[in-house]
Design a protein around this ligand. Structure first.
Ligand SMILES: NC(=O)c1ccc[n+]([C@@H]2O[C@H](COP(=O)([O-])OP(=O)(O)OC[C@H]3O[C@@H](n4cnc5c(N)ncnc54)[C@H](O)[C@@H]3O)[C@@H](O)[C@H]2O)c1
Length: 328
């Protein structure tokens, strides 16, 4: 728990994948949670029992925030990289304008602590791996650009108005936490896509490029268990200091290739999981692996669920539970 007492948090986007898992961890630590979510990509049933739920937009946060809140955890965003290329205006409006409205509402209500979901997509093509927070930021998608813009906006709010803020730059979030898991529509993340094939809901996994300069030719990514990620948020709430904007990468520091993910999923699920191969996708770097040294040093964060088979097994439990017909 942050401090010795129970605190009250507004969790934007808490009906989504990551926000619902973090909300569950905050509740388990004895805190009060209100979820604000417009259900644009979230699901009402993912909001953990024990959290208050308000269906509404971040843009209208001023209607819901008051001085009784100790902090805001801001997950609400549009986050499909491909869609951001075809509809960038949606991303600038929802992610940037939405966060600007949220920061104004927080200032007006006197809520002075924020944890923000930033992303590895703020960096773009890595010039060196593992990626540290001092790496150049040159996003290759409007999605990454909007998240970087928000990071800059938060830095200004801290410097000018004394906000205490931590931006957590997630790499590839994966796994599940009991009934809280990944249910994106459309799904673009590799592990749930692989598990949809195992469930018989798709015919094959599409591998985008097999000629990268990696050991097996497929892209390498840093998969981070969502429960480890959630623990970093609780630590960030404690580490936030007025006037300071801390930016921390969150990843395991270990990369797994697309082929390794598929092979491990075959072992975990016992299904064949056929693959087809297509061309590289533009803007997909060969290797994206985090240095999370800063999160370790400044937040005291220690990810413990780093085994790929364990991450996939938790995602598989969730996927099967989610696919099961509900009893009337
Ligand atoms: N999942 C990942 O691997 C990953 C990686 C890096 C960063 N992130 C970031 O983490 C956050 C959560 O990602 P996720 O995978 O849980 O996505 P998600 O789509 O499951 O959750 C986002 C939630 O925000 C809600 N939302 C969106 N716009 C809103 C608005 N204007 N007002 C109120 N609610 C709104 C959606 O309904 C949804 O419930 C996002 O900000 C995303 O950019 C995720």
């Amino acid at each position: 728990m942050s401090g010795k007492h129970s605190e009250k948090y507004l969790v934007t986007g808490g009906a989504g994948y990551v926000g619902s898992v973090v909300a569950a961890h905050l509740l388990a630590a004895g805190h009060q949670v209100t979820v604000l979510d417009d259900l644009s990509t979230g699901h009402r049933d993912l909001v953990p029992a024990g959290a208050a739920f308000t269906e509404g937009r971040v843009q209208d946060a001023a209607r819901h925030l008051d001085a009784s809140y100790d902090a805001v955890l801001h997950f609400a965003a549009s986050s499909q990289v491909g869609e951001s290329v075809t509809h960038p205006e949606k991303y600038w409006r929802n992610n940037v304008c939405g966060t600007l409205d949220l920061l104004t509402a927080m200032r007006d209500a006197g809520v002075r602590r924020l944890v923000f979901s930033s992303t590895a997509a703020t960096y773009g093509e890595p010039t060196a791996v593992p990626l540290t927070e001092t790496a150049p930021t040159a996003p290759t998608s409007p999605y990454g650009a909007t998240k970087l813009a928000v990071d800059h906006m938060i830095a200004g709010e801290c410097a000018a108005h004394g906000l205490a803020a931590v931006s957590l730059r997630y790499f590839n979030v994966a796994g599940a936490h009991g009934p809280h898991g990944e249910r994106h529509v459309p799904e673009t993340h590799l592990i749930p896509l692989v598990l949809q094939v195992a469930l018989g809901r798709a015919d094959a996994v599409r591998v985008h490029g097999e000629n990268y300069p990696t050991p097996d030719g497929t892209c390498v990514r840093d998969y981070l268990h969502v429960a480890d990620l959630a623990e970093a948020h609780l630590l960030a709430l404690t580490a936030a200091r007025p006037g300071r904007h801390l930016v921390c990468n969150l990843g395991n520091g270990t990369g797994f290739s697309v082929r390794e993910v598929v092979e491990t999923a075959r072992k975990v699920t016992g299904h064949a999981i056929p693959c087809t191969t297509g061309p590289r996708r533009p803007g997909d770097p060969a290797v994206l692996v985090a240095s999370a040294d800063r999160a370790r040093d400044l937040l005291g964060w220690r990810p413990t669920r780093t085994d790929l088979a364990g991450i996939i097994a938790d995602a598989w439990d969730f996927a099967r539970r989610d696919a099961a017909p509900t009893t009337p």
